[in-house]
Design a protein around this ligand. Sequence first.
Ligand code: SIN
Ligand code: MN
Length: 290
Amino acid sequence: MRLGNDQLAQFDREGYLFFPGMFTREETRTLTDAVPELYSRREAYNVREKGKDAVRTNFAAHLYSEPFARLARHPRMIEPVEDLLGESLYMHQFKINGKQAFDGDVWQWHQDYGTWLNDDKMPAERAMNVAIFLDDVNDYNGPLMFIPGSHKRGVVDAKHDLTTTSYPLWTIDNGLIGQLVERAGGKHGGIVSPKGPAGSMILFHGCLVHASGSNLSPWNRVSVYLSLCAVSNHIRRFKRPEYIAHRDFTPITSLPDDCLLKDYPVELPWKDGMPASALETSTDELKMAA
Ligand code: SIN
Ligand code: MN
């Protein structure tokens, strides 16, 4: 799937593009069906909600689950991001966020690129987020919220929040969020939250300010979040474990468009477990060839 000029202009203006129903129910079913078994694993790559057993986020499933390995190479997602960044891509991060019924906790206001810069030393904002809904997203199950156009501000001030939820995040203070929302239209469009059926897809800029509330509804809101980075813009520091911030900068090659319906062969390097090296971290910066 390639983007037209109107879509490129809209992305530039708003910082996101929403594609309701991009994948059919049949296409998302194998993904959704695989989630409970992945979440049941007692592994470091499953981060649970604070004080609860519910999974907040599962990392790196594309390295040990066949359906997710196929999704990670889906042309409906890879091609538009290649268009937006004008370069081959590698997978910087791959998450399946639970936002489970009754237990799904908040994601505070943040920019993803703030974390990629501060923690991973990613040189520029040349990385894109893709969200794919595995459940229907409605007003009640903690939909993602965006401040349209906030990506134009570049990286804004953030502080490292280690306590609010079980997952550390560089979060933005309420005063600045108030200003950004006001500038984006206040009560008239200053916050938007794309909602739609399972299979819907959102592309959003690494600097777009976003958040989501808790899920007090009886409906899960499982979504996949992929962060695709331009190969030349790969991270320069391995301060976070490899299952959170990937270190394999090989360009992604797309599979055929029907790859969620047919069993195309895929490599699963972590099928028998994560290598010990995936847990090793360092605060040194990579030495780049001159
Ligand atoms: C994220 O910002 O990475 C996740 C937000 C959400 O799942 O609502
Ligand atoms: Mn985020």
